[in-house]
Design a binder for this molecule. Structure first.
Ligand code: ADP
Ligand code: MG
Length: 325
């Protein structure tokens, strides 16, 4: 298929957002936002590095690549509005498979009310999909990792480790297990970023926030470092899906703390705002759990500690724990 035909085939025939002044079809796209700040983020996925076409259908490649970006916008406290796609296409990919990638992106974009407004198409050796997302946030309402304060409650949305378990099932398990653990496979293939929850939380004055793309061990450390505080997490309070208990405690430990790509959120709020945040969560059908507390301990600031089996151990970015009090 010619590049021109390809672009025509993925070009939307209407835009959901009134902010789109010019979408696909000129030298560049234009969006207009007068009252909000603009957030932008980019994420690149390379075939055989970030996904394998053996375990991932084209639809899910598109879906997940966009989900990762949307999750970053949500983690800044924003609302995703539009995206541009740069794609490197090897000869071996068929026109139908490429359509499916775009359908996967569009499926999620529709749910989030976003528009595809441009991109770039080139050929190459490996499929590379790079998506840039634009989003908006009200002035003063962006959420930073550096905003955690002493005595804040640490919370997470959803259940953790699901996507890592799903990938494990896809790579290792029998067909019957695929059926039994369909929930985890779906969480790997089609994670839903927490956009609506975050977009209803403007009333919360201060909240530190990070999205869980590499596992909470990593993301909690990022908050601890950026805020120069000590995060204490109680392992028994870290929420997991009931079926995760079917697996060994070692696997469960690894997946919940270091399993990436659940695209849930980890954050901290003041004790005073915790109740209100729970109400917002309920209104937006979001499970949130309190998993720990923020301390200001100058000897430990910048680190994360995990309470587990009556011990308090340092939790490294990698998810590794070791005794050091
Ligand atoms: P130019 O040569 O001016 O960069 P192109 O021929 O590359 O223009 O693209 C024409 C239009 O199609 C532009 O609006 C561009 O943003 C859009 N476009 C090109 N490739 C893609 C793609 N892979 N996905 C979405 N839009 C694309
Ligand atoms: Mg171009």
């Amino acid at each position: 298929m010619e590049e021109f035909d390809f672009i025509r085939s993925i070009q939307p025939n209407f835009y959901r957002q009134s902010s789109v002044v010019k979408g696909i079809g000129d030298d560049a796209a234009i969006v207009r936002h007068t009252n909000e700040d603009i957030i932008t983020t980019v994420d690149t996925m390379v075939e055989d590095v970030h996904f394998s076409s053996k375990t991932t259908k084209p639809y899910h490649i598109g879906y997940r690549a966009l989900a990762a970006n949307i999750s970053d916008i949500a983690a800044m406290g924003g609302k995703p509005t539009s995206y541009v796609v740069s794609i490197v296409i090897p000869d071996s990919w068929t026109a139908d498979e490429l359509q499916e990638i775009y359908q996967g992106m569009n499926g999620l974009a529709k749910e989030c009310n976003m528009d595809l407004i441009g991109g770039d198409t080139v050929s190459g050796e490996q499929l590379v999909l790079s998506i840039t997302v634009l989003g908006t946030v009200l002035k003063g309402k962006a959420r930073f990792r550096s905003d955690a304060q002493e005595n804040d409650i640490i919370f997470v949305t959803g259940t953790l480790g699901d996507a890592a378990c799903g990938l494990h099932i896809l790579l290792n398990a029998s067909h019957t297990d695929h059926e039994k653990y369909q929930y985890f496979i779906n969480r790997h293939r089609m994670p839903m970023p927490r956009v609506s929850f975050i977009n209803q939380s403007d009333a919360i004055k201060r909240m530190s926030l990070n999205d869980i793309s590499d596992g909470i061990a990593n993301e909690a450390n990022e908050i601890a470092m950026a805020s120069d505080k000590t995060l204490i997490i109680d392992y028994d309070k870290v929420p997991s899906h009931p079926q995760l208990f079917d697996f060994s405690s070692k696997q469960k430990f690894k997946w919940t703390l270091s399993g990436g790509e659940d695209f849930e959120l980890i954050g901290t709020v003041s004790n005073r705002d915790w109740e209100q945040l729970q109400v917002i969560a309920k209104q937006t059908d979001t499970n949130i759990s309190a998993i720990g507390i923020v301390r200001n301990d100058y000897k430990k600031n910048g680190t994360v500690w995990l309470q587990h089996n009556q011990e308090l151990n340092r939790l490294e970015k990698s998810g590794y724990t070791h005794l050091r009090r």
